[in-house]
Design a protein around this ligand. Structure first.
Ligand code: SF4
Length: 1024
């Protein structure tokens, strides 16, 4: 053993001398010389510098400690096989799948257990004995799993990445094959790593060990005493930076460090982008600039967004996680669909993926929502068939208009195409199902992708994007090969598809895609990778608490107290390590370092890193950055827009946008969004003759209107325009339970069936005497109607019980309805007609016999209003006068003031329609609330002269009116105004500042803005 020389040097200091020493030794003894560094990034950098110097060296001689252990193992161990990190996860997943470890299951368990086992091994923890009296059922189970895992490895003579180090220790002990060792920059090696270094120190002829060190215990606690060096050489270097965190005297850094606070993460990366651009413009080579983040994976999407906007060439040190690739997600979805029972969202994801052959995915999405499909291949078939059958019935009705027949036929055809498509798709996917060996699963999966010629790779597009996708695909195929390799560990063992899919997902989650390295581009890397590099210009972003320092000490599956007992790392150790990485990164900068932090993320304020405070207190750094981004294409477009908006002409327009078009768009957003509604963008189409002509065709004198359509215009003309003129509709909800609309129809149908049968059989209004029979009949009808639904969810069970009642829930809605009917019989009004429809197809047995397919013609000024609709119920007095009733199952309905203000038209228009149909006279309109918390028939208006009749109705005192005829005429007056508005193209958004109705689906595309209204007084016709 020759003397071990330890060099106590600042991070980065003396690296050149170490490289030179290695170069010399490797020239003399290429196979017996090794250079060990802490990161792969530094290993690559050292190799690059040696390459530049034209110094030959043996591959793998410049490496990390795990890399060196692997090389030793590969050179010696003939009877054991190393497994990658994915192998550990694979084995743990299989052991957990056996179900013998109930306390350790759950999402993320495999990853967390793999981390725990690695820490226990690397730190040589005697688990669970080290817990002492803190041992528990959980620690016993963890130990049992650890033993099973180690047994699994031993039985098959396998070695995982952590045990590889102990194997290397054993293989090197007493060996003389490594004769010259250079170790540079390792910060506080773990006990197992120290063992390997000590073995090298014992056996080598020359042992040079550079430890990052400065006389600052707040950062550098490891003086390398554990190595028992023979000679200690103190470094020559001195840097004020190494005294950071030591409460030394403040000093001026002369502009070397700069600090910026930015609004949010995007603004921060944009500021970095501009500063980088300025440096490049000033002559700095992009390769001399590095941008580091504490969480590189989290920052890369933002970099990918911003740096191209500044035309910055950049390269990221690590490939992105494969699981983040849309292409890989699509390929995994192929397995997820059958593995998770053909859930609607999965099938639609697969059918709409551009990477998989499919087509018509959007149509399938729509149809599957309408068919109320949740999951299950049988449900897809049955529910699509039922949807088609329902439509077929509608088509076959003699009263269905010809245009509707054609529309329905087309829809049935598309349902049939969707059924055929899903049948084919599911038949293909069914080949993946079942319990198979992993190679069998892989073979079927690959063969299905081959048959589909999937993934479909785009032929053209952005070069970087295409390259990235090709790398993702190669990475995914590599993962399949790794899984195949790992499957050899379990020959002949069969696993269900769900487990196969989960194993593959696990491997994908732990794999990164490839990346193209470009030393001439700006380097984007993790802040912990910067140590020991020499970076002329360094940016460190996202310096917020939680990111840097990240003070997580707790081991997975252990409490804080257990972690402390295991003595792995204390909070002080973690803080020191974080301080080290920060200090080492600062020391890597040669000319300037730019630090920054975002003040908020969305609406959440972020806490600036305490490290920045330490820098500010010690070095008085300058500020950097501005809000001007002259090199951003996006900012250039904004600037040009701002100039155009002020009426000035920009010197240059951003590429791809003509000034005229930009001005037009600016006007739409700036000019026409202010003040009263006055432009076509606000739905005022009066200035466009073509629109007026089209509106005249659609809504002119021959048009048929429903009260609901007119009420929509009354509430919001813009919504009427979107819904009725443009025919826009949002996607139906993918609701597996009864919708509000279906609940309403169910109640309507039961009420109709009961009363039409009751009256047809000659019964009088329900009385105490006839109540039992009436109850039996309405419950029978209720059960039959409820049985038409095939829901099985708990919500439907509750809905059904709420309708029909039960011993546990008490009387149902139908029973309470009949009770109320019995109480209201005193009014003298007799339920006479039910579901009276006009202007709609008449289906016998579903509407009242007096219904008429022709619209009702109601005189309206100089024209005739053609009205369609369906009146829920007409109650008649012995003298022929009548009241109409509308059933409401929702929570609110209009009041008399809404009718007078023209916002509610249904009751007056329906009275006029029934009067026109029957020649009788209407005297009242009522809303019958039928819902869980309330069953009550409340007159909204009634003829004051008929007090005796209506006084028995609850809450009716305030709603008597002197003249029902005048009320109806008033409503018709409003209709005249609305028709004029529709025909003249007046469709402004709502004019009141009140909230828009929650059910409006157009809020995201609407130009309604209550602030705009606040500043402008707008009349109801939309003008100010
Ligand atoms: S969001 Fe309001 S203003 Fe806009 S369409 Fe809907 S109801 Fe009308």
């Amino acid at each position: 053993m020759s003397p071990a020389v330890q060099y106590r040097q600042l991070p980065g200091e003396g690296l050149d001398a170490f490289i030179a020493g290695f170069r010399k030794a490797a020239g003399r003894d290429p196979f017996g010389t090794v250079f060990i560094v802490p990161t792969s990034n530094l290993a690559r950098e050292v190799a690059r510098r040696l390459g530049e110097q034209g110094a030959p060296f043996v591959s793998g001689a410049v490496t990390t400690l795990p890399g060196f252990a692997r090389k030793v193992f590969d050179d010696h161990a003939a009877s054991e096989t190393p497994i990658p990190a994915a192998g550990t996860r694979f084995i743990l997943a299989r052991l957990l799948a056996a179900g013998d470890y109930p306390l350790l299951s759950g999402a993320g368990a495999v990853d967390e257990l793999a981390t725990l086992f690695s820490v226990l091994t690397m730190r040589k923890v005697d688990y669970p004995a080290a817990l002492g009296e803190m041992q528990s059922a959980k620690s016993a189970e963890i130990a049992r799993l650890l033993n099973a895992y180690l047994r699994f490895l031993d039985d098959r003579r396998l070695v995982d990445e952590s045990t590889l180090l102990s194997r290397a220790v054993r293989l090197l002990a007493g060996s003389r094959e490594i004769r010259t060792v250079f170790v540079y920059g390792l910060f506080r090696p773990m006990p197992l790593e120290q063992d390997l270094l000590l073995v090298l120190r014992e056996s080598a002829d020359e042992f040079h060990y550079s430890i990052p060190y400065a006389a600052n215990p707040a950062v550098f606690a490891d003086d390398g005493g554990w190595l028992h060096p023979d000679v200690v050489v103190a470094g020559d270097g001195h840097s004020a930076l190494s005294g950071l965190f030591s409460r030394g005297p403040p000093r001026d850094c002369g502009g070397f460090i700069r600090v910026a606070e930015r609004r949010d993460r995007v603004d921060e990366v944009r500021a970095i982008g501009q500063e980088v651009r300025d440096l490049i413009t000033a002559g700095v080579r992009p390769g001399d600039i590095a941008v580091a983040f504490p969480d590189l994976d989290g920052a890369v999407p933002c970099i990918d967004e911003v740096f191209p906007d500044f035309a910055i060439p950049y390269t990221v040190s690590a490939g992105r996680p494969l699981s983040a690739s849309p292409l890989v997600q699509a390929l995994l979805l192929v397995l997820t669909v059958p593995a998770h029972g053909y859930r609607r969202s999965d099938v639609i994801g697969l059918a709409t993926s551009p990477y998989l052959p499919g087509g018509r995915g959007c149509e399938l999405d729509l149809l599957s929502r309408e068919a109320r499909i949740v999951a299950g291949p049988a449900a897809w078939e049955e529910r699509l068939a039922a949807l088609a059958a329902g439509l077929d019935e509608e088509r076959a009705r003699p009263d269905t208009p010809e245009a509707a027949v054609r529309r329905i036929a087309a829809k049935i055809a598309s349902i049939e195409a969707a059924r055929a498509g899903t049948r084919r798709l599911f038949a293909d996917l069914a080949t993946l199902e079942g319990t198979k060996t992993i190679p069998e699963h892989l073979a079927v999966y690959r063969s299905l992708l081959d048959a589909w010629q999937a993934p479909v790779m785009p032929g053209e597009g952005e070069r970087d994007l295409l390259e990235g996708e090709a790398q993702d695909l190669a990475g995914f195929m590599g993962t399949l090969a790794t899984l195949e390799e790992l499957a050899r560990l379990l020959p002949g063992e069969k696993v269900p598809l769900a487990e196969f899919a989960s194993l593959l997902g696990l491997l994908v989650a732990g794999t990164r895609g490839g990346r193209r390295r470009n030393p001439r581009a700006v380097q984007v890397l993790g802040v912990r990778e910067v140590q020991h590099l020499a970076v002329p210009y360094l940016f460190i972003g996202d310096l917020v608490e939680g990111a840097m320092p990240r003070l997580t000490t707790r081991l997975p599956f252990t409490t804080d107290a257990e972690t402390r007992r295991l003595a792995t790392r204390s909070k002080d150790d973690v803080l020191r390590e974080e301080r080290y990485h920060f200090t080492a990164a600062l020391l890597a900068a040669r000319f300037r370092v730019y630090l920054s932090f975002p003040a908020a993320e969305g609406a959440t304020p972020l806490v600036r890193s305490g490290f920045l405070d330490a820098v500010r207190e010690t070095f008085f750094p300058e500020a950097w950055g501005s809000d001007d981004f002259p090199d951003s294409t996006l900012a250039a477009a904004r600037r040009a827009g701002a100039l155009l908006a002020r009426g000035e002409v920009p010197v240059e327009m951003p590429p791809g946008i003509a000034a005229g078009e930009a001005i037009r768009r600016l006007n739409v957003e700036n000019y026409h969004r202010k003040g009263g509604y006055d432009s076509p963008y606000d739905g005022l189409l009066g200035g466009d003759p073509a629109s007026i002509a089209t509106l005249a065709e659609r809504f002119g004198e021959g048009a048929v209107f429903s009260p609901t359509a007119l009420e929509t215009y009354a509430d919001c003309p813009f919504r009427f325009y979107l819904e009725r003129a443009l025919g826009l509709a949002s996607l139906p909800p993918a609701d597996p339970d009864l919708t509000a609309q279906e609940r309403g129809s169910l109640v309507h149908r039961v009420a109709y069936r009961f009363y039409s049968g009751w009256r047809r059989d000659g019964n009088d209004p329900v009385s105490e005497a006839s109540y039992p029979e009436a109850l039996r009949r309405i419950l029978d009808a209720g059960r039959e109607e409820a049985d038409r639904f095939t829901f099985e969810s708990p919500a439907w069970v509750a809905d059904r019980e709420h309708l029909l009642g039960s011993p546990a829930a008490g009387p149902g809605l139908l029973e309470r309805f009949l009770r109320h009917e019995t109480a209201m019989a005193a009014s003298g009004l007799v339920p006479q007609a039910f579901e009276v429809s006009f202007g709609l197809p008449v289906s016998p047995g579903e509407v009242d016999p007096i219904s008429n397919p022709d619209p009702v013609a109601v005189p309206l000024g100089d024209e005739i209003l053609r009205l369609r609709g369906r009146v829920d119920r007409v109650d008649v007095l012995p003298d022929g006068r009548f009241a109409i009733t509308d059933y409401k199952t929702g929570t609110s309905h209009p009041a008399l003031k809404d009718i007078l203000a023209g916002r509610a038209l249904q009751l007056p228009l329906y009275i006029r329609a029934v009067e026109t149909l029957t020649g009788m006279q209407g005297v009242a309109g009522t809303y019958y609330t039928l819902r869980r918390g309330e069953v009550r028939n409340r007159p909204v208006f009634w003829d004051k002269a008929m007090k005796d009749c209506f006084v028995c109705f609850p809450g009716s005192r305030q709603s008597g009116v002197e003249d029902v005829r005048a009320l109806i005429e008033n409503a018709l007056g409003w209709v005249e105004e609305y028709l004029a508005g529709i025909r003249s193209g007046r469709f402004p958004p709502r004019s009141d500042a009140g909230p828009c109705p929650r059910y409006c689906d157009f809020a995201t595309i609407c130009r309604f803005d209550d602030l705009r209204l606040f500043n402008t007084e707008v009349t109801t016709d939309g003008t100010d």
